[in-house]
Design a protein around this ligand. Structure first.
Ligand SMILES: C[S@@+](CC[C@H](N)C(=O)[O-])C[C@H]1O[C@@H](n2cnc3c(N)ncnc32)[C@H](O)[C@@H]1O
Length: 365
């Protein structure tokens, strides 16, 4: 077992969509740099691994403000070569070196094909490790509202390094991390929805809004505009909540949405459409440059045409973090100039591929 070598640097373990490791690391370093001058090791990126480890002299990072990170974990130990015959002993020894007790034990794997193979093992291993930690008093029983702020213990089985399987051991703060295993909020495909894109909006609603916001902000009788609506997956999420939708797209709405009493389909250009009066929601999934979509969103909020929005920004092949900075920075600047108070959260969701999803809502101030 190898303890982290330096006392001055904090090691952070971040999960991400495989293929976005560079963006994930770059963004964490950028956030740290905004807080104070940083001292960091060059992150060792393993392409398509689904995770990165970033070492820097920063005691805290803000999960909510990281777009590419699915999870934010403080890494304490790396077991580089886990013996196949007895994985329990070295893991228990590593956990014994950590202070305090934990509110939950999460065994996790990368979101890759190799990771999927490991998940059979983690399912078998979970009860063994859990009961050992409970016996030692390290894992608290799940009593509602008592252990919700205790750190979660993560054992991440990262896969093979030169033929040896490794385990990364860390903790997350429930107030500054994703609330789901592997940072993934899976959705099941509703049979009636006309496209798989519906999963993106379903996930966005789960990730960006807590239960009370969902009840308050998505109510029967509300009015929404869906730009780039066809064939109707996003519109379906709204109408199933009793929201009336103006669906703007030259393409056809399909299935139940082709003739739905809550849907008005307009074959128009989404970049030219303007609502007759303020609507509650704007949702937008048009495949366009992020700068062009960001400009459109700015215009909608500045004109007071909507109160809340969920929209996609398609990612360019290169310089993704720079492109997003510019698009989201443009929206912030414009809303600040207009004196609009708002909350904006951007994430690459599990169901997002070469894109991210943004939630923007006006707040009281
Ligand atoms: C990714 S699909 C949207 C899928 C949709 N959200 C769903 O859940 O089924 C993108 C859509 O944007 C539409 N689109 C692209 N540019 C547009 C524009 N300028 N005006 C209106 N629609 C546009 C395309 O016709 C296409 O149907």
């Amino acid at each position: 077992m190898r303890a982290m070598q330096t006392t001055t640097l904090t090691h952070w373990l971040l999960y991400c969509r495989p293929g976005f490791e560079q963006d994930c690391a770059q963004e964490a370093l950028r956030q740290a740099r905004q807080q104070r001058p940083i001292l960091a090791e060059q992150p060792a990126i393993i392409a398509d691994s689904g995770y990165v480890v970033v070492a820097l002299n920063q005691q805290s990072l803000c999960y909510r403000e990281l777009i590419f990170a699915r999870q934010l974990i403080r890494l304490h130990h790396t077991i580089a070569a886990l013996p196949e015959r007895d994985r329990l002993t070295p893991i228990l020894a590593a956990v014994a070196a950590l202070p305090g007790s934990f509110g939950a034990l999460w065994l996790e794997v990368p979101d890759t094909n190799d990771g999927k193979l490991l998940s059979t093992f983690t399912r078998r291993f979970q009860p063994l490790l859990e009961s050992a930690l409970r016996e030692q008093g390290r894992l608290q029983d799940d009593i509602p509202n008592t252990n919700q702020h205790l750190p979660r213990l993560h054992i991440f089985f990262a896969g093979n390094f030169s033929g040896k399987s490794s385990a990364l051991i860390g903790t997350s703060d429930p107030r500054n991390s994703a609330a789901t295993i592997m940072g993934i909020v899976r959705q099941s495909m509703p049979a009636e929805a006309p496209s798989r894109s519906t999963l993106k909006l379903a996930e966005a609603i789960e990730v960006f809004m807590d239960r009370s916001e969902q009840t308050r902000l998505l109510r029967q009788g509300m009015q929404a505009v869906d730009l780039g609506a066809a064939p109707g997956g996003w519109t379906w999420q709204l109408v199933k909540r009793g929201i009336r939708v103006t669906a703007v797209d030259n393409g056809p709405m399909k299935g139940v949405l082709a003739k739905h009493p809550l849907v008005e389909h307009l074959k128009q250009d989404g970049f030219k459409y303007a609502p007759r009066k303020t609507v509650d929601w704007l949702v937008c999934d048009m495949v366009e440059k992020p700068s062009k979509v960001a400009k459109l969103i700015e215009e909608w909020f500045a004109a007071g045409w909507c109160k809340h929005a969920i929209f996609n920004l398609k990612l360019p092949m290169k310089q993704r973090v720079v492109a997003l900075d510019s698009a989201l920075g443009g929206i912030r600047t414009r809303l600040d100039e207009e004196g609009i108070n708002y909350k904006m959260i951007a994430k690459q969701l599990y169901h997002d591929r070469e894109e991210i999803t943004v939630f923007l809502t006006k707040t009281k101030g």
